[in-house]
Design a protein around this ligand. Structure first.
Ligand SMILES: [Zn+2]
Length: 165
């Protein structure tokens, strides 16, 4: 899928095409060179996808659109390593921790294939619920503990490993 096609799809207002393009964007989130050409189109992408998939489904398509936009915004404004996109973010509001939207679809095995992370250790989670992976970002060497979980569908919970803890 070329940049042009991704932009065509995500601004098409066609439910399936929009979702497909959003997944593409999310999955190339570690690659600045691939996301960079999309940054200039962000206002159009936001305008065309606004409120397109409110509600519906176990995992609303809006969730994918929101995270695709977040991925582009990250590359537009952040100087952090993009592996920050793997982890959940929390925001403190008047002493209440609010969970910001995040994406639970990053399969560590896919990320290894793309060369984004390397695996340091794999363990089976107790009760045979799945695997827990210790991985390291190949760009900045940040370490992540990734738990594979299954609840109607497979998902992965990434946690940043705090240094010297
Ligand atoms: Zn990194």
């Amino acid at each position: 899928m070329t940049t042009k096609e991704i932009i065509e799809f995500i601004t098409s207002q066609d439910s399936h095409k929009v979702w497909e393009a959003a997944c593409r964007i999310i999955n190339m989130g570690q690659d600045y060179d691939k996301i960079a050409p999309l940054i200039a189109h962000l206002p159009l992408i936001k305008a065309k996808t606004e409120g397109l998939h409110k509600g519906g489904g176990l995992v609303s398509k809006q969730h994918f659109i929101d995270f695709a936009i977040k991925t582009i915004e990250f590359h537009e404004s952040s100087h952090e390593c993009p592996c920050a996109l793997y982890v959940k973010e929390y925001q403190l509001n008047n002493d209440v921790v609010t969970r910001m939207h995040q994406y639970d679809g990053f399969d560590p095995n896919r990320e290894i294939e793309k060369g984004n992370v390397k695996i340091l250790n794999t363990t089976l989670i107790q009760n045979n619920q799945g695997y827990s992976y210790l991985v390291e970002c190949t760009k900045c060497e940040e370490k992540y503990q990734v738990e594979e979980l299954e609840y109607h569908f497979q998902w992965w919970h990434w946690k940043r490993v705090i240094k010297n803890a």
